[in-house]
Design a protein around this ligand. Structure first.
Ligand code: B3K
Ligand code: ZN
Length: 878
């Protein structure tokens, strides 16, 4: 293979100066980073817990930072704190805090080490934002990332200020709080109090405290160098029999990190606590992970296979943060992808090792496209390392996490497995105990491999999904591939430069065999050709195998060629990809009322579905039709504003046609997947159940739901139950089953979230808004519980045709509820507002309706910083 390239004048980088938007005065800039004025050696905290009046006494041991000479004041962050007393080296200071903190003037500050003591009062029972110290079902817990610690006490609340923490927790004798936990190792305890000491310096965002009436599911662990660790998962009494899977996942994660990354655990205890009210999935606080109970508790009766897989992945993710995030943390919040991208990549590797790499990759790419590509193509697009933010919580995004992980994956493909391992070892030895940057990260790879990564670094600073266009020629026995790359403009970045793109390829002979050894082409220029000589005949190319780069591949191929790859490619990802391309072309054709590609699609798909030698999990993925949001984006890419009703109808029509084509085989195919043994949440069983459920949904289209009704009655696990329920909801006949489900699970919040979510997800488009409104009137709809709010309003926004009703009812309903939620929980309100990010795709009438709702949100008095930043960014792109 030989390569040549030409690079048109396309080297203009990002140009924030071209951003026409007026800067929000609250904007924080990466370029403004300065080291903190002081070093914080040690923090001693005493909590006297009381729901409305918790007292926090803090003693901070500080000294001037030699790296920050010339900064004369000491600024402590602090919000919503009632300051009772303040002392410097024992002397009372009479200073008044402002809205966001406390400034100690330089003339009061010693030149050497000193101690600052504060006593504050806070109100955890009134904390519905779930940031800082708050209460959930009578228990106390904390969430400090990113900037929640400042709601607990006055302190420099930034990740580059790291200290050793000693914590004493005292509970009122009358309170029922037998379990008192914090970070690190337990050092002493008595009736109503406990002390914890964390020997590892950490930033405030990793601080945690939990107090409650909890029971533990325990297990011992011995690290490879012989340290005994007490593992415990703490839950409410009654939930302890649903912790086995999470514990098993934790032990496997610890073993995997030792084996694959050489990383051992470094404390005597590792605690995980499950809480019902939590803004996200989980949090990696040092030695005391706090989890949304949804991602801990599982039994076959209450959790689906997807739940089991997600629990395994999130337990691993938080555990892996102990090294990638905690031991090596981020210098500032702009470097968030340093810990999140790497940790997501590590949890993806882990899940691949535990399950099937190909299936895991297909699922990860589906998620990347559904969430990150969507973000990258809309008004909220931002680089993996953003340059500014108003509210950092708005940047815990698919771009930082999922695209961040893709960048690590590309690096690994580019340098090779052995060099990757060497660079990672260097990263751990060079930066352990530090707060690092993306520059540090790339330097490690440069030093370990001798490569120049300056061009690769553009992936971190430029937003947008590159489009990779491919043309092929076959002349005189020479086969050539010519790639052109182009990244569309994104907000604030009009001009983009060429990226380094690893393109894994294979060339196939007519019998499906490989004409050349599979290889990785390294594209570095705007346009580049690669030549292959010595081939006997024109091959069929298999491009971007394993999705080797997060790009949109623009390649025109015939349906025959796609069908050939779906049947023969040795790369399972690209087999799936060919099936997906066929399905998208067929569905966009149907939605546009053009041509009928159904027969060709079915002819290509059916043999894969019937092929019992293939992994059922893979067949289930191939069978899964592209979602309506995906089809809408494909239409937009074709220059057609999507009509949500037609998209919905096209998908229904394709499902029915497929069901009819497979009809003679459906019963036998389902029967062959039947499991008679006890439920096990392993990948093989999960794959069989996924395929069985997908086929059952097809069968229901033909038999009026008879088989699904029987399956619902017989179901002995939640995967089978929800599979049958979805099949029935889809055909509109599940009233008795919904009622049975609700009466069986009324007392279980996590299971009932499924009940709320599924009926919205499967409702006919015209019914969605009415159904959501009805569900919010139920006594068990709780605005303050993020899981319940997301179950309902996440399902509304994910229901493409229901949310995008032409009358604007979906938009209005969501905006009304975001405005209700915002004063209570701005973080969750801001997160769900991303439902509106796709507005530029739609027709003018819908654009107008969405922009009207976004303006209404933006104009609301007292709007949070979180939601105002999001609404403002979405509107600015107009
Ligand atoms: N680091 C946390 C996320 C914190 C989100 C703050 N808004 C969980 C994780 O990524 O592991
Ligand atoms: Zn994380």
């Amino acid at each position: 293979m030989t390569a040549d390239h030409s690079s048109p004048a396309a080297n203009a980088g990002s140009d924030p100066a071209a951003d026409p938007r007026p800067a929000d005065p609250r904007t924080v800039w990466l370029s403004d980073y300065r080291p903190f004025s002081h070093l914080l050696d040690r923090v001693e905290l005493t909590f006297r817990l009381a729901p409305r009046r918790t007292k926090v006494a803090a003693r901070l041991h500080l000294r001037p930072n030699p790296a920050a000479r010339g900064q004369h004041v000491l600024r402590l962050d602090g919000e919503d704190l009632r300051l009772i007393s303040l002392k410097l080296d024992g002397t009372v200071l009479d200073l008044t805090p402002d809205e966001t903190g406390l400034t100690i003037p330089g003339d009061l500050l010693p030149n050497g080490p000193f101690t600052l003591e504060t006593l504050v009062e806070i109100d955890p029972a009134d904390n519905t934002a779930l940031e800082g110290l708050y209460m959930s079902n009578g228990m106390y817990c904390t969430q400090c990332e990113a900037q929640g610690f400042r709601k607990i006490t006055f302190c420099p609340d930034r990740p580059d200020v790291m200290a050793r923490f000693h914590v004493r927790v005292e509970a009122d004798a009358a309170a029922d709080l037998p379990v008192l936990l914090s970070n690190g190792n337990p050092v002493a305890a008595g009736a109503g109090w406990a002390e914890w000491d964390d020997p590892w310096p950490k930033p405030t965002y990793l601080f945690a405290l939990v107090a409650g009436d909890l029971v533990a599911h325990r297990a011992p662990f011995t690290t490879k160098s012989g340290r005994s660790v007490d593992l415990a998962i703490w839950v409410r009494p009654g939930d302890q029999d649903r912790c086995a899977w999470a514990m098993d996942s934790l032990i496997r994660s610890m073993q995997w990190d030792e084996k694959v990354y050489g990383r051992e655990y470094d404390l005597d205890t590792f605690n995980i606590v499950a809480v019902d009210d939590f803004n996200m999935g989980a949090m990696e606080n040092k030695g005391l992970n706090i989890f949304n109970s949804k991602f801990v508790l599982a039994s076959p009766e209450t959790a689906t296979d997807d739940d089991f897989a997600r629990i395994e992945a999130i337990i691993a993710h938080e555990y892996f943060h102990n090294w990638t995030g905690n031991r090596i943390t981020c210098r500032d919040w702009f470097q968030l992808c340093l810990k999140e991208g790497l940790t997501v990549f590590r949890d993806q590797q882990f899940s691949g090792d535990m399950r099937s790499h190909a299936v895991k990759r297909i699922e990860d790419v589906a998620l990347l496209r559904a969430r990150q590509f969507r973000e990258d193509q809309g008004p909220l697009a931002h680089p993996v390392r953003p340059e500014s933010f108003v509210e950092i919580n708005n940047f815990y995004t698919a771009t930082v996490y999922e695209k961040g992980a893709e960048l690590i994956r590309m690096l690994k493909v580019l340098v090779g497995d052995a060099a990757y391992a060497g660079a990672i070892d260097l990263y751990f030895s060079r930066h352990d105990g530090e707060a690092a940057t993306i520059e540090d990260w790339l330097k490690v790879f440069e030093d370990a491999t001798g490569r120049d990564l300056s061009r690769f670094a553009r992936w971190y600073s430029e937003a947008g999904t590159p489009r990779l266009n491919l043309t092929e020629t076959w002349e005189n026995g020479r086969y050539s591939l010519t790639f052109r790359q182009h990244t569309p403009a994104t907000p604030g970045q009009r001009h983009k430069s060429p990226k380094v793109i690893p393109i894994a390829i294979g060339l196939l002979n007519a019998d499906g065999s490989e004409a050349i050894p599979p290889q990785v082409l390294e594209m570095t220029e705007a346009q580049q050709s690669f030549h292959f000589d010595g081939l006997a005949a024109r091959p069929v190319p298999s491009i971007l195998r394993g999705f080797s780069a997060p790009v949109v591949l623009e390649r025109i191929a015939t349906a025959e060629e796609r069908a050939f790859l779906l049947a023969h490619d040795s790369d399972l990802f690209n087999r799936y990809e060919s099936g997906r391309a066929l399905a998208r072309e067929m569905l966009t054709g149907l939605a546009r009322g053009q041509g009928d590609l159904l027969a060709g699609w079915i002819a290509a798909l059916a043999p894969v579905i019937r092929d019992q030698a293939l992994d059922p999990a893979f067949r289930a993925l191939v069978l899964r039709l592209p979602g309506e949001d995906d089809i809408a984006q494909a239409l937009h890419d074709q220059g057609v504003p999507p009509d949500p009703d037609r998209v919905h109808a096209a998908r229904k029509e394709a499902g029915l046609a497929l069901a009819r084509a497979l009809a003679p085989d459906l019963d036998a195919l389902i029967a062959a997947l039947h499991d008679s043994g006890p439920f096990a949440p392993d990948a093989a069983g999960a794959g069989r159940r996924a395929l069985s459920n997908a086929l059952l949904a097809l069968l229901s289209r033909l038999d009026g739901g008879e088989a699904a009704r029987a399956a619902f009655k017989d179901a002995n696990n939640m995967t089978a139950t929800t599979g049958a329920l979805v099949a029935l909801l889809d055909i509109g006949g599940a009233e008795p089953e919904l009622a049975q489900f609700a009466s069986r699970w009324a007392g279980d919040r996590n299971v009932m979230d499924k009940w709320f979510m599924l009926q919205i997800a499967c409702a006919a488009p015209a019914r969605v808004a009415g159904l959501v409104a009805d569900l919010t009137r139920r006594p068990d709809f709780d605005l303050k519980n993020p899981n319940r709010f997301r179950a309902v309003f996440g399902a509304l926004s994910a229901h493409h045709a229901g949310f995008h009703r032409a009358d604007g009812s979906g938009y209005r309903l969501l905006a009304d509820w975001l405005l209700q939620l915002d004063p209570l929980n701005p973080q969750t309100a801001a997160r769900l507002s991303t439902a509106f990010e796709t507005w530029p795709r739609y027709d003018e009438a819908r654009q107008h309706l969405i922009r009207t709702e976004l303006s209404r949100i933006l104009d609301a008095p007292g709007l949070s910083r979180d939601l105002s930043e999001m609404a403002g960014r979405m509107l600015a792109a107009g």
